[in-house]
Structures are given as C-alpha cells and as structure tokens.
Design a protein around this ligand. Structure first.
Ligand SMILES: Cc1cc2nc3c(=O)[nH]c(=O)nc-3n(C[C@H](O)[C@H](O)[C@H](O)COP(=O)(O)O)c2cc1C
Length: 204
C-alpha cells in the first residue's frame, strides 16, 4: 500500500518518541512522510496539496502525542479543512473510499489508565472514537491505534527501542500489504500485530 505518515507534534525538538518515530519512518523506502507543523507553522493549510497527497496514498497514518484525549490542534485543523464535503464524504465525496487509516499515538499515562477499570475509564480505541467515526463517514477502513503508554518514561526505562522496531515493522507490513487488515480493524490495539511486536509481547 502507498503509505503516508503525517506527524502532528508542535515541538518535535522536545519530543522523545514522536520525533524518533518520524525519523524512523523517513528511513523506510516507499513511505511518504509529512511534518504538519513543519509545513504549516502558521496553520495556513494548503488544502489542495493535502487532498492531492491523501488521494495518492492507500494508507494514511497519523503520528502524534495524545493531547487532552485528542490530537494536537493542527491535526484537527487538517481534518476541518481537508476532509471537505464532496471530496471526503457526502453523496459525491468518494476520494477516500477504502483507504486504511489509524492513529499512532504516544500517551503520557500508563497502559493501566487506559482500561474500563483504570483512571481514564476506557480503552484508548474508545477514547479515539471521533477519529474512527470520521473515518467511517469518509468510508475509510479504520484500524486499531498503535500506542506507546507511559511515553515520558519510555527512554529511561529502555522501552523506546522496541517500540521503534515494532513501528518500523508495522509500516513495512502496511507498505508490503502483509498486515491482516480485517484483524487490525477488529482489535483494541495494533501493538503485537507484526513479528517484532509479537516477540516483544512474548518477552513481557
Ligand atoms: C498539552 C498536553 C496535553 C496532554 N494530554 C495528555 C492526555 O490527555 N493523556 C495522556 O496520557 N498524556 C497527555 N499528555 C502527555 C503526552 O501525550 C506525552 O508528553 C507525549 O506523548 C510524549 O511524546 P513526545 O516525547 O514525542 O512528545 C499531554 C501533554 C501535553 C503537553
């Protein structure tokens, strides 16, 4: 699949996880990488260019930290302006039909917080429902989120390397059409879906 990764991070210079994930994606042949804040520091979105970009790809990945249970503001701006009626949805809006999309998210809180019993009272996939419903409206195929929890402690705890390895293998699987899309749509999380991810889960 022609795969596009959008990074939405307002301060990549301070990012411990998203910036290395973006760099890792840039190092993979055949993956298109766009730094949204880098391209639009004043929020002056080029809607035609973005619509062209997503039209030319089969998988659209949003790489971002979780901010207030949602995405950084420029990604919301992107949604508001790029996903136009008549382009992305509506009777004559079929540009995104069948495309695959998911959120690659880093969260400050620990994994236990993102459970029905935990502090946030719901799984991350449930909290990201606006993104899933937007994808549904645009007739896209929404996959479970790929997540790193406890992101602020990942580097000191040495969890960043395995996450990066799993991220690389996930992007390659998308690119090479080897990801089980049906299972990825049904799951709570994309973590563990590739060989690198499965090995990591087994080691825990
Ligand atoms: C404005 C802001 C809002 C945040 N909101 C949340 C949140 O709702 N849930 C959460 O788990 N972490 C939240 N965090 C923590 C970030 O998700 C975390 O710092 C980030 O994922 C770390 O990745 P980075 O090093 O690439 O920036 C927030 C951080 C900031 C700065």
């Amino acid at each position: 699949m022609r795969t596009l990764v959008y990074l939405a991070h307002p301060r990549p210079d301070r990012s411990e996880i998203n910036a290395p994930m973006f760099e890792a994606a840039r190092g993979i042949e055949g993956i298109t990488c766009v730094d949204l804040y880098g391209e639009y520091p004043s929020f002056e979105m080029n809607v035609d260019r973005e619509q062209q970009r997503i039209t030319e790809h089969d998988a659209i990945v949003f790489l971002h930290p979780l901010y207030w249970y949602s995405v950084p503001a420029l990604l919301r701006e992107w949604q508001d302006l790029v996903l136009e009626h008549g382009f992305a949805y509506g009777h004559s809006g079929h540009a995104l039909d069948g495309k695959v999309t998911f959120n690659a998210v880093t969260c400050g809180a620990a994994a236990e917080a993102y459970t029905p019993e935990g502090a946030n009272g719901a799984h991350l996939r449930t909290l990201l429902m606006p993104f899933e419903k937007t994808a549904d409206l645009c007739r896209m195929r929404y996959l479970a989120p790929f997540a790193l929890f406890g992101a602020g402690r990942a580097v000191e705890e040495g969890r960043d390397k395995s996450h990066l390895a799993e991220w690389r293998s996930l992007l390659k699987a998308l690119r090479d059409d080897t990801l089980d899309i049906t299972a990825a749509r049904a799951a709570l999380s994309l973590n563990g879906f590739t060989a690198a991810g499965a090995a990591k889960l087994e080691a825990v």
